[in-house]
Design a protein around this ligand. Structure first.
Ligand code: KIV
Length: 296
């Protein structure tokens, strides 16, 4: 008999100790049908970004349903000035780290891996290869940015069994083409285009749609016109099906000025987990975002 097989497991590890089981054992894994049920009964969906094992496990323990391994990691982890320089290999590495952390605590969160700039633009086949990398790393869904031509790519991935989250409005991978980090969908023509693109993405099978920096009235209209694709807002007002924030922003640990749509949830809280739980509570009870403070 292998002597190590009967040895009792170590009681602790020197760094970043995670519990050996979920602190919330009653919860069921988050799935697309569960997210759909939440939307049906009017319960807001909560999402935060996370890029490593420990923060992902803490977010799950705080009750966050969806973890986005966003390419915003280029800015908050790698110090890049935009997300444009993030590679697929980097996204794979961080997705694996997040998934390992969640698995260690038998977490229930739904994991979304962000396809970085250039990893899905060449062809649908390239998009499939890139998406497969992130799915093999443990993601449950992939996210890609933009409307128009992306609808065909979304359909191609969804038909091959890969759940897709789309992303409209301020799409950071095209920040240079958009002329900066500006509110999108202002004016009738631009609003109409976003509404049309949202419908095309739903029709292509996207199950979620991030709406970033879009006027609150427009994101409400987009949310109401979509039945099977659930909107997740960031700087898009309170009437989306759910909300997402970049974790560093909501913990108040970035070095610059937070954008208008962010609230620092660390204020008044004793721990990161408490801050994340406060975010979950505020999104669920409708107190965040406040359209008079965090939206356009
Ligand atoms: O990369 C990211 O974190 C994102 C969110 C800002 C939605 O796309």
């Amino acid at each position: 008999m292998n002597p190590s097989a009967s040895a009792s497991p170590p009681t602790g590890t020197p760094y970043g100790t995670l519990p050996s089981a979920s602190p919330l054992p009653q919860r069921k894994p988050v799935s697309l049908p569960r997210l759909h049920e939440m939307r049906e009964r009017g319960e807001k969906i909560t999402m935060l970004t996370a890029y490593d094992a420990t923060f992902a496990a803490v977010a799950d323990a705080a009750g966050v349903e969806c973890i986005l391994v966003g390419d915003s990691l280029g800015m908050v982890c790698q110090g890049l000035s935009s997300t444009v320089g993030v590679t697929l290999e980097t996204m794979r590495y961080h997705t694996e780290s997040v998934v390992r952390g969640l698995q260690r605590v038998q977490a229930t969160a739904w994991v979304i891996g962000d396809l970085p700039f250039g990893s899905y633009h060449e062809s649908k086949e390239q998009a499939l290869r890139s998406a497969a990398e992130l799915m093999r790393a443990g993601a449950h869904m992939v996210k890609l940015e933009g409307g128009g031509w992306t609808a065909e790519t979304v359909r191609f991935l969804v038909e091959r069994g890969i759940p897709v989250c789309a992303h409209l409005g301020l799409t950071p991978q095209t920040v240079h083409a958009l002329g900066g980090y500006r509110v999108q969908g202002r004016g009738d023509a631009s609003a109409l285009q976003l509404k049309r693109q949202a419908l095309e993405l739903q029709d292509a099978g996207a199950a979620m749609l991030v709406l970033e920096m879009v006027p609150a009235v427009l994101s409400k209209e987009i949310t109401e016109q979509l039945q099977t694709c659930h909107t997740i807002g960031i700087g898009a007002g309170k009437d989306t099906a759910g909300q997402v924030l970049v974790m560093h922003d909501m913990l108040g640990i970035n070095l610059g000025k937070n954008p208008k749509f962010v609230r620092n949830f660390m204020e008044g809280q004793a721990s990161v987990r408490d801050a994340m739980a406060a975010y979950v509570a505020a999104v669920k009870n409708g107190s965040f975002p406040d359209n008079s403070l965090h939206a356009w």
